[in-house]
Ligand binder design. Structure first.
Ligand SMILES: Cc1ncc(COP(=O)(O)O)c(C=O)c1O
Length: 398
């Protein structure tokens, strides 16, 4: 039997009947950017997360850059983050001209180690950017306390964590801002790129909404007033319609073009109504793996305070490449997230990043050992058994 690493088509077949009429409606009305599908999705997401504001944008990388800019992060500022994540986490910090400062992670859950954060703080530090890696929230009470004690902003990277919880609160509502990705392989994935920023702050919401549309229009004028204390008039009374917004030609800040489009919003709205069921299925698969895999497998260990959304199920092995080859030869899809820690990526060097300490030994070890097993909501019982059986066969005699 073959088990793919991921199967998006089974999920799509089950919900195509709800997605296709919405996409057809958008096509026939030619309302591709903004409009009611986007605002409906943003309001549904505010309800789902219990957060005051959601602002959709083009992708998760932009969500991070928008949130950093909205938090006032400037060139030369330092932002503390994890070396164990997708490149975009640290790239977004560098893209606003700031310096990512890498702090080592915890062996048990692969998340940034709060015990090591304070040693990384300098007078240039302006924010902490924790990543809830593989959908397991970080130790946020500790991180928030450090941030508040030192006057730092906290921007969560929730790209992999939609629906996961920390002490009963959803990821994305724990820091000053939350940044999500709707890349198709995510737990809530679009039919293309998409992202959003969440925040409880009116001012941050205004700034994100301004920056994602070239610093223009009503949000641009408001963000300008908040930033500089100067009132700016918006346009000269032109009429706004569903297809034409004259205010977009009045610009107040230098921003980006980073909007969520209507087709993505329509697809995501349908999938959002199934998200809890999808995440519950992932949790059942994770439990089956915990129960069925031999004790020789090193698995993550999570605090009782969190409810992961199981974006990935990631084990560790001292025989990583041998195990990956064995799984592939036996028809079991697998992944290696992440083979290179961010501080060792060629794109980063001593001029555009910093590490806290002479090396980051835990992250370096974890990168050498991680093997990701298939975990997607539509996996059958036979596929789950096949993964367990194949991994256990590899460990026989080891
Ligand atoms: C942890 C993390 N941060 C940021 C991103 C960037 O999201 P996007 O691909 O939507 O730009 C991703 C996406 O893979 C991610 O996994």
């Amino acid at each position: 039997m073959k088990v793919p690493f991921l199967d998006l088509s089974t999920q799509y077949s089950a919900i195509a009947k709800d997605i296709e009429p919405a996409v057809a409606d958008i096509m026939s009305r030619c309302c591709f950017i903004g409009g009611s599908y986007v605002s409906d999705f943003e309001r549904k997401m505010e309800d789902y997360l219990s957060v005051k504001h959601v602002s959709g944008c083009a992708n998760g990388t932009d969500a991070l850059a928008l949130a950093l800019k909205a938090c006032g992060i400037l060139p030369g500022d330092e932002v503390i983050t994890t070396p164990f994540s997708f490149f975009a986490t640290a790239e977004s910090i560098a893209s606003v001209g700031a310096i990512p400062v890498f702090v080592d992670i915890r062996e048990e859950d692969y998340n940034i180690d709060p015990d090591k954060i304070e040693a990384a703080i300098t007078n240039k530090t302006k924010a902490i950017l924790p990543v809830h890696i593989f959908g397991a929230p970080c130790d946020m009470d500790r991180i928030m306390k450090i941030a508040r004690d030192h006057g730092l902003k906290v921007i969560e990277d929730d790209a992999q964590a939609i629906g996961s919880e920390y002490k009963g609160r959803k990821a994305g509502t724990l820091g000053d801002a939350g940044c999500f990705s709707f890349y198709p392989t995510k737990n809530l994935g679009g039919a293309g790129d998409g992202g959003m920023v969440t925040t409880g702050s009116d001012d941050l919401y205004t700034a994100v909404t301004a920056f994602k549309e070239h610093g223009s229009g009503e949000a641009g004028a408001k963000a300008y007033e908040i930033a500089y204390g100067i009132k700016a008039p918006v346009g000269t009374g032109e009429k706004k319609t569903e297809l034409y917004n004259p205010y977009k030609y009045y610009n107040y800040l230098i921003g980006y073009n980073s909007r969520l489009d209507a087709i993505q919003a329509a697809v995501l709205s349908v999938k959002l109504s199934h998200l809890d069921e999808y995440n519950a299925n992932r949790a059942k698969i994770a439990k089956a793996y915990f129960d069925g895999l031999t004790d020789k497998v090193i698995r993550p260990s999570y605090s009782e305070d969190i409810k992961p959304c199981w974006h990935q199920f990631v084990i560790r092995s001292e025989h990583k490449s041998e195990l990956c080859s064995f799984l592939t030869e036996n028809g079991v899809g697998n992944g290696s997230f992440y083979p290179v820690p961010l501080h060792q990526q060629k794109a980063f060097n001593k001029d555009n990043s910093r590490i806290c300490g002479p090396s980051l030994p835990v992250a370096e070890m974890i990168c050498r050992q991680t093997v990701c097993l298939p975990i997607f909501p539509e996996m059958t019982a036979e596929q789950i058994d096949c993964v367990i059986d194949t991994v256990n066969r590899f460990y026989e005699g080891k």
